[in-house]
Write a protein that binds this ligand. Structure first.
Ligand code: NAP
Length: 248
């Protein structure tokens, strides 16, 4: 297709929510984008069409990040389409709409959270270790709930704590490759993941917790990602940035 494209990004979980906003933003910044998704093929297709209509370059690729073979195929598809990979945004993640205390969390819920949030991030990082270009950028996804320590979030927050740890140690393991590895830890952000299963009152209360007194938007988070992967983010490495309006 166009191997000459300057920068190429894989955005995992880009069919909806924060990932879709990141894909749109990076495409607008002149980066060719691989829009990864697991189930929402219609949404991923619509996003790719919208990016193309706006003059950008994008390709939708289905892959469950929890599956190492599918992740290898995702990187293959990106290289085939655009020639090289410069940026990996590990945005795909899940959070159950019902947040049971640890004592009431089932084996299935625990395993699914770790399979997607932790193993999924590991799977893409392992590919990125050998397949990202020098000068590349990696942004992982954590959560500000690690700082808030809200009851009910134990296992979800534990998966993201694992992601934060992989972030700063992996940054050091990539010494010599000129690749930065950081994490973004959003606060409550208006997407299905946050809104599903919450009453209007709870959403209203949580939206007022930050001193900026509103929920984050997917575009707020995409702007922070764009900074980390852009020219101005080059000296930030091995860090977790809490993008949450001052919540914690
Ligand atoms: P969302 O609206 O639920 O969207 C999740 C995206 O991830 C979808 O595109 C979904 O694709 C994809 N996905 C889920 N499982 C996948 C898998 N196994 N393989 C590939 N893609 C998969 O979530 P969001 O709010 O945008 O969250 C994005 C990231 O931000 C997550 O890591 C989340 O933990 C983190 N975060 C969110 C908030 C918040 O308040 N929203 C706060 C802190 C952190 P399909 O539809 O195709 O399945």
């Amino acid at each position: 297709m166009n191997p000459a494209y300057t920068k190429v990004a894989i955005v995992t979980g880009a069919s909806r929510g924060i990932g879709a906003a990141i894909a749109r933003r990076l495409a607008a910044d002149g980066i060719a984008v691989v829009v990864n998704y697991a189930n929402s093929s219609a949404e991923a297709g619509e996003l790719v069409a919208a990016i193309a209509a706006a003059g950008g370059k994008a390709l939708a690729v289905k892959a469950d990040v929890a599956d190492p073979q599918a992740v290898a195929a995702l990187f293959d598809a990106a290289e085939q389409a655009f020639g090289h990979i410069d940026i990996l945004i590990n945005n795909a993640g899940i959070m159950p709409s019902k947040l049971p205390p640890l004592a009431e969390t089932s084996d299935r819920e625990f395993d699914e959270l770790f399979a997607i949030n932790v193993k999924g991030t590991f799977n893409t990082l392992r590919q990125a270790a050998t397949r990202l270009q020098a000068g590349g950028r990696i942004v992982n996804f954590s959560t500000s709930v690690i700082g808030l320590a809200l009851p009910g979030y134990t296992i979800y927050a534990a998966t993201k704590a694992a992601v934060e740890t992989m972030t700063n140690i992996f940054a050091k393991e990539l010494r010599g490759r000129q690749i930065t590895v950081n994490a973004i830890a959003p606060g409550p952000t208006a997407t299905d993941l946050f809104l599903n299963g919450k009453s209007e009152e709870l959403v209203e209360r949580m939206s007022k917790m930050a001193p900026l007194e509103r929920l984050g938007t997917p575009d707020d988070i995409a702007a922070a990602v764009a900074m980390l992967v852009g020219a101005d983010g080059g000296w930030i490495n091995g860090q977790t940035l809490r993008a949450n309006g001052g919540l914690v």
